[in-house]
Ligand binder design. Sequence first.
Ligand SMILES: [Zn+2]
Ligand SMILES: [Zn+2]
Length: 274
Amino acid sequence: MLPSDNHVHTRWSWDTAAASTMERSCARAVEHGIPAVAFTEHIDFTEWTDGDGALPSMEVGDRPRVQPLDIDGYSTDIQRCREMFPDLRILTGIEAGEPHYFPASVAEVLNSGSFDRILGSLHSVPIDGTLVYADAALFGRLEPHDLMDRYFTDMVTLVERSAVFNVLAHCDYPRRYWPTRRTGPYRETDFEEHYRTVFRALAASDRALEINTRSPLASVELIGWWWQEGGTAVSFGSDAHQPWRVGDRFGLAVDVVEAAGFRPGRDRFDYWRR
Ligand SMILES: [Zn+2]
Ligand SMILES: [Zn+2]
């Protein structure tokens, strides 16, 4: 039995193609035997509003494609899909980018709709007072270990300062762009203390860690660190931006999470738990 996919994007996300409809994603979930999907569209911000309280000197790097979420359109689509797919549980959600820097902006979105799954995400690294998107280009600017050090350090701040989310998404996001050819393979053990510090903070606030199947898959050892630091729940997320990726590699992810000791939760829609 496969777990719920708690991290799916559709055309309502600013970075997702119009052909990636909610309807096709639902059809894929049913076909795959996924019991529930959460449509966690991107909520990203490029400027501060009053009350965000970010460091006054912090700027947001260039992200010209970011668009606000059309909550009315999204909600109507959710309703329509719930009617079309009565046997699939369809959850609402958002993926909040850098919620620790934009608390008022995130709260405004949350107040304007109803959301079952709130993912907290860090996609950027603060460099000299600017939040810079962590992609392959940034690995060209910073020494790779230095980049990851900065990333994990800011993630601890995110977990400690933001209580708005209930699942921490892709806890080592820049790893997707790790320059293996130049630097050799990414080794989780190089960052063990960072992972453990993030996990301790997350466990202390009783939230779930995501195993993200779009990123290089976490090892059993890594999920074991989550267990050892007191983690109680694991959320599965494909981070699909195309319908065919809904539930992708969930068989493998289940094996990893199970080998680390976690088991299915209260029902088939729940997180996996210790
Ligand atoms: Zn993300
Ligand atoms: Zn995502």
